[in-house]
Design a protein around this ligand. Structure first.
Ligand code: SF4
Ligand code: SF4
Length: 299
């Protein structure tokens, strides 16, 4: 399988900074410097005791807001764990169940709709061609004759460009490889969106709307807790689940078993088996972002 041809092939977010986005990022950098120099501590700097207080505060706030018991985990990474993901393109039918399971699990906005996973439809005749992929396909039935499907979300890059450009240090890679965002530190400058070559980050132009009855009350501080207007969000491999030993929601819901997840450091894991025995590829390999999200043809 060929890799996408240019930096613009997967999405419509440019990878190089335009003059306007450079100016915006430069202004954001100045604001970020003031904030980091004078403001409160960032999440990775606070003590466990302070973190427990913060979590208790938001649990009480969300429970009152939604009228149900909300739990907010602050579980950290486990030693010896580096999470990775693999997707079998030959199995995916383009049903988008993963997209909607992700929306429900991660409290994504229903209006306007925010989707952390995009499923791209491509022509079998032309092979992998991200420039002409259709993410808005609507046939009466899937899979459509002559088409195949490539779901794309955050690639959890080992050398993530998004984390390098954030002027406030609001986004970083955890020791288990999950790239996270602290919504309290995000100033909404969108520099990370400009830097991400995969269009994996999404900006909240409006406060996300999720009805109280639909809110998933099992949250993680760095994951699916409610986001305010004006911050960026993205896939976290379902941090609230995987740090408790569960699979991401998209893996569980996929009706054809196209999605695989596990610990890359465990030699007996399924993910390691796939990487060692299948011809896996990553998107935009030439950019050297080193994604921990792999694609393969199982059949
Ligand atoms: S749920 Fe599985 S088959 Fe359906 S679109 Fe997602 S990856 Fe493909
Ligand atoms: S896919 Fe984009 S948002 Fe995700 S880690 Fe890579 S650069 Fe960052």
């Amino acid at each position: 399988m060929a890799t996408p041809r240019t930096a613009h092939d997967v999405d419509d977010h440019p990878t190089s900074l335009t003059r306007r986005s450079f100016t915006t990022c430069a202004a954001a950098a100045a604001a970020g410097w003031i904030l980091t120099a004078c403001g409160p501590k960032r999440l990775y700097d606070v003590s466990r005791e302070r973190l427990r207080e913060l979590v208790g505060d938001v649990e009480r706030e969300y429970s009152a807001t939604y009228g149900k018991d909300v739990t907010v985990s602050a579980a950290g990474p486990q030693p010896g764990v580096l999470f990775g993901y693999a997707l079998d393109i030959s199995r995916c039918t383009g049903c988008r169940r993963c997209v909607y399971a992700c929306v429900e699990e991660n409290n994504q906005s229903r209006d306007p709709q925010v989707h952390w996973i995009r499923v791209l439809q491509m022509d079998k005749e032309h092979g992998v061609d991200f420039a002409h992929a259709d993410q808005y396909y609507e046939p009466a039935q899937v899979p459509e004759e002559g088409k195949f499907y490539v779901p794309v979300s955050c690639q959890q890059c080992r050398d993530a460009p998004c984390t390098k450009v954030c002027p406030t240090g609001a986004t970083w890679a955890e020791k288990d490889g999950i790239v996270v965002i602290d919504y309290d530190w995000c100033i909404g400058c969108r520099c990370c969106m400009s830097a991400c070559p995969y269009g994996a980050r999404h900006f909240n132009w409006k406060a996300p709307s999720v009805a109280a009855t639909d809110v998933n009350p099992h949250m993680h501080y760095l994951g699916n807790r409610p986001r305010p207007k004006g911050v960026v969000e993205k896939c976290t491999f379902c941090i609230q689940r995987v740090r408790e030993g569960r699979y991401p929601a998209c893996v569980e819901v996929c009706p054809v078993g196209a999605r695989k997840f596990g610990n890359l450091l465990d030699p007996d894991s399924e993910i390691r088996y796939i990487i060692e025995h299948e011809r896996v590829m990553v998107l935009k390999e030439e950019l050297n972002t080193m994604p921990k999200f792999f694609y393969f043809y199982g059949t």
